[in-house]
Design a protein around this ligand. Structure first.
Ligand code: SF4
Ligand code: SF4
Length: 224
């Protein structure tokens, strides 16, 4: 799922500074699961903003709502009339939802969240990036563990010299993390597929990754 964090309240208040009538619109999919932008977070954020603006002597009228998926017009459309009556919308969806509303409506759509990555639930309260959406998956060769997302250097042919004796990576953002290639080696052993380690990947064709600009998926059979 897409993992996001709520922006600091100071930044949100600054974005809302020019407006007195705003819809706070959440999304009940990924960002609700990671507790950043669902219905509950809309309510909590709206209360905090109302209070802060009242204390500033500049009250704000906030309408609260949440849609099933903000990245899809179908779910946003029932909110069209309400949106058109606002000075701005504060979106608690990921960046895709903000883009979607901005394409459809001629008013400022403000992002309440910082969109982070595709993540799995590692355990309660911890989400970890495990896929970087490269567009050309090799997980069948690596035992279902992605070296692009999990190796700090995106290495495709085994570990670098920075793997520590305890199997952790020398690059550490949030404390020691296992080296992706140690995980892959162990996993391939369990699957009886360690011979996959002998396969050398050619230099990756990154044309399916996002560096060539925005990507699209077109299903001709679904077009109307
Ligand atoms: S190889 Fe690409 S698509 Fe597959 S998990 Fe890794 S980043 Fe995601
Ligand atoms: S130690 Fe492992 S995970 Fe870390 S950069 Fe080297 S190969 Fe990648």
């Amino acid at each position: 799922m897409i993992v996001a964090d709520q922006k600091p309240i100071e930044e949100i208040l600054q974005m809302l500074e020019p407006y007195k009538r705003v819809l706070f619109l959440g999304c009940q999919s990924c960002v609700a699961v990671c507790m950043a932008g669902g219905e509950k977070e809309v309510g909590l954020l709206a209360s905090a903003v109302r209070l802060a603006r009242k204390q500033q002597g500049r009250p704000i009228e906030i309408t609260e709502g949440a849609v099933k998926r903000q990245c899809d017009d179908e779910f946003n459309e029932p909110w069209a009339k309400t949106i058109e009556q606002q000075e701005a919308v504060l979106s608690l969806a990921c960046g895709v939802g903000v883009n979607k509303l901005s394409e459809r409506f001629d008013l400022p759509i403000l992002p309440a969240l910082n969109t982070k990555f595709f993540g799995e639930v590692e355990r309660q309260g911890i989400w970890t990036e495990v896929c970087a959406g490269c567009g050309n998956c090799i997980l069948h060769m690596t035992g279902g563990i992605c070296p692009i997302a999990r190796c700090a250097k995106n290495l495709l042919n085994g570990p670098c010299g920075g793997v520590r004796a305890d199997g952790t990576c020398e690059v550490s953002r949030n404390g020691p993390r296992p080296c992706a290639w140690v995980l892959i080696y162990e996993r391939l052993g369990k699957l009886n597929r360690r011979q996959n380690m002998e396969n050398l990947f050619a230099a990756k064709d990154w044309s399916s990754d996002r560096h060539g600009g925005p990507r699209q998926r077109i299903r001709e059979d679904m077009l109307l």
